[in-house]
Design a protein around this ligand. Structure first.
Ligand code: FMN
Length: 372
């Protein structure tokens, strides 16, 4: 029995199971392991400097001859904010930032966290990273390197579609609402990820079970990948029952040996349960599903609110880096989805992938037997 859908033909892959782009976690090693196993590995490049992104693409190519993808963020709010900026705004923004930075410094002092030099911080986001110019420079690399698949984790890749398609790149967009799906369909997107509220990272207010069929109904023949809380093959089968052509899976691959997160963060996933995450703006400034921590609790209690993206990243970045350097999972356990409770141990990505495919096939067979 083989698991096959139109997604396999679109991406030239064996199974319709895709590793979600996860910033810092979906490394070339993890993406290549998933592609080599017969799925599509997608590099999480959100905060990578353009030249590092180029190195990651080339490293992935050296590890697999199979198709793979690159995921970056194109948040419309940041592009709009950049376009609407008035002279003098920067001074006001800096002043507001100062109060939040003082809050972060106080938190670090209370927790005895030692600052980490800026040059040693990786992927912490912030102003230098999430600007309009930064997104454009990343996209230039994606186009020059002619990657097989590009995924827009946030926002609309419309302005780049012509060049991407001219290279033969297939383009995906992650959406959390039917109206966002309609926007990306209008620019000629090749496939859509319908990502529900259960998902790790920035997600939708709508649960995956309700979102997937509504997006499927709205987009005609364009293949949809279900996402959010898909922790094993039963979830893949369920998404396909809802009309999806495959699954976009993040959290289940986070505890893979090849994933780029720190060992204490992998242990937090193993220890975590389905109740262990919260939606918080405390790291990026946008609502994101994250493992509950002293940092998310501190912002929940604080008299000031987190700043919008990209400014909150400037506040949280040093704290997250210091917590990581100190191995503090109580402060920076990382993003994760509600499927976290299904993770029992750290193991190779190929093992996770093979098990997902085998149990998806078993679940679909079982579903058919219900009709006898
Ligand atoms: C640790 C982590 C980091 C993430 N980073 C990104 C990112 O950089 N870009 C993006 O498009 N989505 C990101 N996401 C969301 C995933 O791409 C994906 O939509 C989500 O993990 C799917 O839900 P699941 O975690 O329940 O499988 C991240 C998710 C996690 C758990």
């Amino acid at each position: 029995m083989k698991l096959h859908s139109p997604l396999c033909d679109l991406f030239d892959i064996e199974y319709p199971v895709v590793l979600a782009g996860m910033g810092s976690a979906s490394t070339p090693e993890l993406a290549a392991a998933v592609s080599n196993a017969g799925g599509l590995g997608v590099i999480g490049a959100a905060a990578l400097q353009p030249e590092t992104l180029r190195e990651w693409i080339r490293r992935t190519r050296s590890l697999t001859d199979k198709p793979f993808g690159v995921d970056t963020l194109l948040p419309a709010s940041v592009r709009r904010a950049a376009a609407q900026r008035e002279p003098g705004d920067e001074a006001a923004e800096r002043a507001q930032l100062e109060g939040h930075l003082a809050f972060a410094r106080q938190f670090m002092a209370q927790e005895n966290l030692e600052p980490v030099a800026e040059s040693r911080r990786r992927g912490s986001g912030g102003l230098q990273v999430f600007s309009k110019e930064f997104f454009e420079a990343q996209m230039a690399v994606v186009i020059e390197e002619r990657v097989p698949v590009y995924a827009a984790g946030l926002g609309n890749p419309g302005p780049w579609m012509k060049e991407l398609h001219a290279n033969g790149t297939r383009v995906l967009a992650v959406v959390g609402a039917v109206r966002h799906a309609a926007q990306v369909i209008s620019v000629g997107i090749d496939a859509i990820v319908a990502q529900g509220h259960d998902a790790g990272g920035h997600n939708s207010p709508v649960g995956a079970m309700a979102l997937i069929p509504q997006v499927v109904d709205a987009v005609g023949d364009t293949p949809v990948l279900g996402a959010g809380g898909i922790g094993d093959g039963r979830g893949v089968a369920a998404a396909m029952m809802l009309g999806a052509a495959g699954a976009w899976i993040g959290t289940a691959f986070l505890a893979a040996e090849e994933s780029g997160i720190a060992p204490h963060q992998k242990q937090a996933l193993v220890d975590g349960t389905e109740e262990g995450t919260v939606i918080s703006k405390s790291v990026t400034g946008k609502p994101a599903r994250i493992i509950r921590s002293k940092w998310t609790d501190a912002w929940e209690r604080a008299s000031i609110s987190p700043l919008p993206m990209p400014y909150q990243g400037v506040v949280s970045g040093p704290v997250m880096a210091a917590a990581n350097a100190a191995g503090r999972a109580d402060i920076n356990p990382g993003f994760a989805g509600q499927g976290m409770g299904m993770i029992a141990r750290v193991r190779p990505a190929a093992e996770i992938f093979d098990e997902i495919v085998a149990s998806a096939i078993e679940s679909l067979e079982q579903a058919r037997s219900l009709l006898d």
